[in-house]
Design a protein around this ligand. Structure first.
Ligand code: TMP
Ligand code: ASP
Length: 237
């Protein structure tokens, strides 16, 4: 296949297809953290992330969440709908960890009564800064109505993924997602759902099964991604 490369990011490539409304997203083995300061290739990561993301997006599609995912096309690739990307990242937090723990001086592992929704401007040069609804609207990125849809959908996605991960013996601590507008202007989930973009802690042991193993030099990164893929396959049987 000789497809035109439309975009190459840190962990994925996007290729054109014969259908202008569809693209192929290919997952790479490359990992970066802290905005490219830390880099590595993690053997098998592309394949595992493609498998995990395809399982999860398929599961969400079946459960009434509109996503960009059409189908997995090979070991490393997905066929996806073209959407107009919205320049915010939504972070959903069920357990305090990562930047929230650091910024507010809280201990990792605290379980709050409520679910926490952060939004960040998608701008790597600025370090994807935390913003609020008014900033996003003032910058012309989204309307208040669209934000309402985004938060409502993010909460539904959280409920579905939390339940599935629980079956897999994993706590879904937090995750990052992005949205896009489809041809009809509907907000759809348009992102990967992989251990690169969420925190997953083993329910029994608290063991980290996500990219924090790479960020924090905990070792056994590849094994953790494989473990997540295997457990999700079983949980979905
Ligand atoms: P944080 O605690 O570092 O803000 O991360 C929150 C969640 O977002 C965590 O699950 C990892 C994910 N994330 C990304 O997907 N991309 C990023 O660039 C960062 C910093 C975090
Ligand atoms: N934003 C980080 C990076 O660029 C990725 C991460 O920490 O997940 O490399």
């Amino acid at each position: 296949m000789n497809m035109e490369l439309l975009h190459e990011g840190k962990s994925k490539q996007i290729f054109a297809t014969d259908n202008p409304a569809r693209v192929i997203i290919r997952f790479k083995d490359d990992a970066t953290a802290f905005y490219n300061i830390k880099r590595a290739k993690i053997e098998n990561k592309g394949k595992m992330n493609c498998a995990i993301s395809s399982l999860l997006l398929g599961y969400l599609n079946e459960n009434g969440i509109a996503t960009h995912f059409v189908e997995q096309t090979d070991d490393h690739s997905q066929l996806c709908r073209v959407v107009e990307h919205v320049a915010i990242e939504v972070i959903v937090r069920n357990v305090i960890a990562g930047s929230m723990a650091k910024r507010l001086g809280l201990e990792e592992g605290i379980v709050p009564e409520n679910t926490i929704f952060d939004i960040c401007l998608r701008d790597a040069e600025l370090g994807d800064p935390l913003i609020n609804d008014h900033h996003a609207v003032a910058m012309g990125i989204v309307s208040y109505e669209e934000l309402e849809t985004i938060y409502r959908t993010s909460a539904k996605i959280n409920a579905l993924l939390t339940e599935l991960y629980r079956k897999a013996g994993i706590t879904l601590v937090d995750f990052k997602i992005e949205f896009g507008r489809d041809e009809e202007g509907r907000m759809v989930l348009a992102d990967e759902l992989t251990p690169d973009t969420c925190r997953l802690w083993d329910i029994e042991t608290g063991d980290r099964l996500d990219k924090d193993r790479f960020r924090r030099d905990l070792g056994r990164v590849r094994e953790a991604y494989e473990e997540v893929a295997n457990r999700l396959r079983d949980a979905l049987k």
